[in-house]
Design a protein around this ligand. Sequence first.
Ligand code: ZN
Length: 328
Amino acid sequence: MTRTAERTEKAERRTPKGTRLGYGMRLPEYLSVISVLSALSVSCKENSRPPQEFDGPGALGYIQTQVAFGPRIPGTEAHRRMGDWLDSLLRQRADTVIVQSWNHLTARGDTLPLRNFIARFNPTAEKRLLLLAHWDSRPTADSPRSRDSTQPVQGANDGGSGVAVLLGVADVLKRTPSGVGVDLLFVDGEDYGDFTKDTADVLMGSRYYGAHQLPGPRPLYAVLFDLVADKDLQIYQEGNSLVGAPEVVELVWDAAKDLGYGGYFIASPRHTLIDDHIQLQKAGIRAIDVVDFDYPAWHTPDDTIDKVSSASLQIVGDVAMALVRREQ
Ligand SMILES: [Zn+2]
């Protein structure tokens, strides 16, 4: 994924850090928050929210497993092993798993074996949602900010986080099936080439999916999750999503606000990005990108497990589940 235009200075911080529970609080402040929360839990017992279905710490475990494979670069053993792991996990959770396999010939003449995995829940339902993420990681840490562009990207956040959210959703749907049909699409080869030069060697899985859509009803809409586990989570509305499917952006940011996550899902535009949602939009699907592009470790060797958090995965996972539950 890349941005379509350079931005200038980072915008002013939108949300005072002090409003985020657990961040930057001194002990007395923390204790007073706890006492307020306990009082609330006593007084609001009758209409308290249901327990969170999505397991943030479990999702963080899914990032740890992915990073442990090593960089998931198409054509490598780590990539093949990660794909096999994903395949087996999905078969234990979904009603149906469809694998799209093909070979891609790159601009440099290499042949890459690529796979998209589609985990289908309630596959006969007419009304369906599509949630997607890329599962490959980038061969080179070639951001201008990178301290070493000869290294690969570990992809804890870039690749790892979207997969973790989707696997967390799969766990919930296995436990508590949904009336609405849900397809979880794990696309391959998003991040392989140079976005400015080798445009055929990026977004490969989403392009393939767009050209080989599943038979049956189209999803109502699609949500792409990319870079969603930064400890400093701030998800702005993305420009191409606002142009291509503004009503889906509104629906997702409203769902976040209803959950009390308005400080993390910030209802204003910021970056405009080329990402997998573009390929789905081209294929006629109302697709948007949920992405936190304010991530200093993006495309550097520092996109590592210490930069991501279960708290951020919890927030994004809760929003994903709210989208599913509001349709059933
Ligand atoms: Zn990337």
